[in-house]
Ligand binder design. Structure first.
Ligand SMILES: NC(=O)NCCC[C@H](N)C(=O)O
Length: 403
């Protein structure tokens, strides 16, 4: 197996060649007012409109010569292989909360029932989940659980492909997602990256059973410099493991560990800041003066050298070897800034230096981006946004040109 020489990314802004998205599908139809909080959505999206908005996003990327891969297509292609199917089924039925919910009889039932499905049917079962009233099994567990309870949970947050894997150079990190509703997502990316012919053989730097690291926290500020948010999702131990590994594999010389508030509004570092040029960052102004970073570099052997906390923008510029990392949206009034941050105004996806996809609704932040010379590719996201993620969250760059 020879790897595609162009796989991977060393920055946030190198010309985007290939991206992995997930077009919202039947998993979103599983959301109800009773489960949306647990499933990490702030509302019940209008699924058809969310799909239209997502198609608009994909189209905007294709019009700029970006190849769009869909996670579910890759998954169905991967599941064509018998061994991959068996691995996927076993991982699902033995996965933490699912395994505990099913018990022995239903676990065995699902082993058989899922292996009877074709790759497309299996993909739908794994992503949209299976409700109690959708199985033919009858057991003590099916009798006692409510008819509309999930035996296998749906994965509505697959939409946010940023979080379930992240490329660092030509290596891929299979992330370890913190929230129970998302844990199974990276079993699927693990399967794709290890068994899909396009990716098999890609070197790894993390795994889904390791300490928590989520892709939305990982920002490739410049070749060799990675910022990692540490807050609600990525843990201190997660960034420690990642740092050790990227140093050992020569993928970075500095990791900036960036504490962020453990709150839903700032669940990942990319909810407060994203790169839009080699030396420009759009950043939630209400945190700009308080955000700090611990610069981590390789020490002797396994030891890591950890510098004292410094203001983020200063630590980043120093590590990147530039005079200044310019913050774009200074001057936004705090209430507008708060509203637009909630709606992912700072969560942009750069297609190239100074060209970034952003939600159209964040008019004030977008105006500042334009004023700073950034071309804003505006997309609709009123329904997509109910999952609290913007263009960066909804995309996993698989290939970017080096700067
Ligand atoms: N990188 C990101 O900020 N991703 C957005 C994830 C939203 C999802 N509903 C979650 O709570 O995990």
């Amino acid at each position: 197996m020879t790897l595609d020489a162009g796989l991977g990314a060393t920055s946030e802004v190198g010309r985007l060649r290939t991206v992995m998205l997930h077009r919202p599908g039947p998993e979103l139809t599983r959301l109800t007012p009773r489960n949306n909080d647990t499933l990490l959505f702030d509302g019940i999206p209008w699924v058809g409109r969310a799909q239209e908005e997502h198609d608009g996003f994909a189209q905007a990327l294709r019009e700029r010569d970006v190849e769009v891969l869909y996670l579910t297509d890759l998954l169905v292609e991967t599941l064509a292989d018998d061994e991959a199917r068996a691995t996927a089924i076993e991982a699902t039925v033995t996965s933490g909360t699912t395994s505990l919910r099913l018990g022995d009889s239903l676990r065995d039932y699902f082993r058989r029932a899922l292996s009877d499905l074709d790759p497309q049917g299996l993909m739908v079962a794994l992503t949209a989940g299976v409700r109690n009233d959708e199985v033919r099994a009858s057991s003590l567990v099916t009798s006692l659980l409510g008819h509309d309870e999930f035996l296998i949970d749906p994965l509505p947050n697959l939409l946010f492909t940023r979080d379930s894997s992240v490329w660092v150079g030509d290596h891929v990190a299979i992330t370890s997602l913190k929230m129970p509703a998302r844990v199974r997502e990276s079993q699927l990316t693990e399967l794709i990256y290890s068994r899909h012919p396009r990716f098999a053989g890609t070197p790894r730097i993390h795994g889904y059973t390791y300490e928590h690291v989520e892709g939305g926290d990982v920002l490739l500020l410049a070749p060799g410099v990675i910022a990692v948010g540490v807050g609600e999702r990525t843990t201190p131990a997660g960034v420690e493991r990642l740092a050790r590994r990227v140093f050992a594999d020569g993928l970075a010389h500095t990791v900036l560990a960036v504490p962020i508030a453990q709150e839903r509004a700032t669940m990942h570092l990319d909810t407060v800041a994203t790169m839009v040029d080699v030396d420009k960052i759009v950043m939630y102004p209400n945190v700009a003066h308080t955000l700090t970073a611990y610069a981590v570099t390789a020490g002797d052997g396994e030891h890591l050298d950890v510098a004292s906390a410094e203001p983020f923008l200063e630590a980043a510029a120093k590590a990147m070897g530039i005079d200044r990392l310019h913050q774009i949206d200074t001057g936004l009034d705090p209430v507008t800034a708060e509203r637009e941050q909630w709606d992912d105004g700072n969560n942009t996806l750069a297609i190239a230096p100074r060209v970034a996809v952003a939600y159209e609704r964040n008019v004030e932040t977008n105006a500042r981006l334009e004023a700073a010379g950034i071309e804003v590719v505006a997309i609709a996201g009123s329904e997509l946004g109910s999952g609290r993620g913007g263009p960066r969250c909804m995309s996993c760059p698989v290939s970017r040109e080096p700067l």
